[in-house]
Design a protein around this ligand. Structure first.
Ligand code: SAM
Length: 290
């Protein structure tokens, strides 16, 4: 890459776009702009105005572009991920929250309308994206979150503490036994990728932690199945469970919940791209008898 001192911002962003495009980055122009925006400490609107003027490229821009061209996730370089209304701290060791999960949060928020001081738990919270959004958008909710990984737990602590979310480091299979039968909502985006289905994108395959990706077992369904079992344990009667999954897993999950005998209103939900990426159900009779 041939950035030189005094190069105009517009030329540098144009050149960075070409470099990122050659490296196979899916959104090269957006990423080139976001890296410049990050270094300059300005918003996208201000950056676009600067691109029309005679501003110079910021120092260090070439290094960040080179790092992104190595397919290091943009969010690891900038240190933040934008999710619904929040800006979350992220970096190595934690799963980068995805846009489709924003739709899962919306299902929870829609369900919570009209409930006074609802109690919600997010199983496998990662950066805390789901739990943080619910705590932020539903004032009065008591939000809990569970995370197994020490690294992810550290990122979640940073994001969730200021919002008053009660975070525990533990296994979603047996976490929070003292709260059995007390939650209004259990939400989870568990790991669900089958063992052999290694993702193509280097950002995912090399930088998302494996424990956040692979669900266990040849079909990846071990942790999703465990999350559903824990939901049946943690929810009160009439409580709402919603879980994200891969499109191809929708039918299996729906049948699994129906066969369990304790769920009603099993419903598959589409994401913004029209894909079957989440399933919800209502607990008919709580195992706890509550
Ligand atoms: C797909 S990521 C989702 C993270 C976050 N909820 C989100 O939507 O961005 C799954 C998360 O579950 C965590 N996890 C994996 N196995 C777990 C277990 N047995 N108990 C609790 N958390 C677990 C992973 O460390 C990871 O943070």
């Amino acid at each position: 890459m041939t950035f030189f001192p005094g190069q105009s911002l517009a030329d540098a962003v144009r050149e960075a776009t070409a470099v990122l495009s050659d490296a196979g980055v899916p959104t090269p122009r957006v990423d080139a702009e976001l890296l410049a925006e990050h270094l300059l400490g300005v918003g996208l609107g201000r950056l676009r105005a600067m691109l029309l003027g005679d501003s110079e490229a910021p120092e260090g821009y070439a290094d960040l572009v080179a790092e992104r061209a190595q397919r290091v996730p943009l969010q690891h370089i900038t240190g933040v991920a934008h999710f619904r209304y929040l800006t979350l701290a992220v970096g190595p060791g934690v799963f980068i929250p995805r846009p489709e999960t924003e739709s899962v949060v919306q299902l929870v928020i829609d369900h919570l309308q009209g409930l006074q001081h609802p109690k919600v738990v997010d199983l496998g919270t990662g950066s805390g994206a789901i739990a943080a959004s619910i705590a932020y958008e539903v004032p009065g909710a008591e939000v809990h979150a569970v995370e197994f990984s020490t690294f992810a737990h550290a990122w979640a602590t940073k994001n969730l503490k200021p919002l008053g979310v009660k975070l525990v480091q533990g296994d979603l299979r047996n976490a929070l036994p003292e709260h059995d039968g007390t939650f209004d909502v259990v939400v989870s985006n568990p790991p669900y990728i089958p063992a052999e289905a290694i993702p193509n994108e280097p950002e995912v395959a090399l930088h998302d932690p494996p424990e956040a990706l692979y669900g266990g077992g040849a079909d990846g369904m071990e942790l999703p199945t465990a999350a559903a079992a824990s939901a049946a344990r943690l929810l009160k009667s009439g409580g709402f469970f919603v879980m994200e999954h891969a499109e191809v897993q929708a039918g299996w999950i729906s049948e699994h919940l129906k066969a369990a005998g304790c769920w009603t209103q099993v419903t598959t939900h589409l994401d913004l791209n029209g894909k079957e990426r989440a399933t919800s159900a209502v607990l008919a009779i709580a195992a706890s008898g509550k």
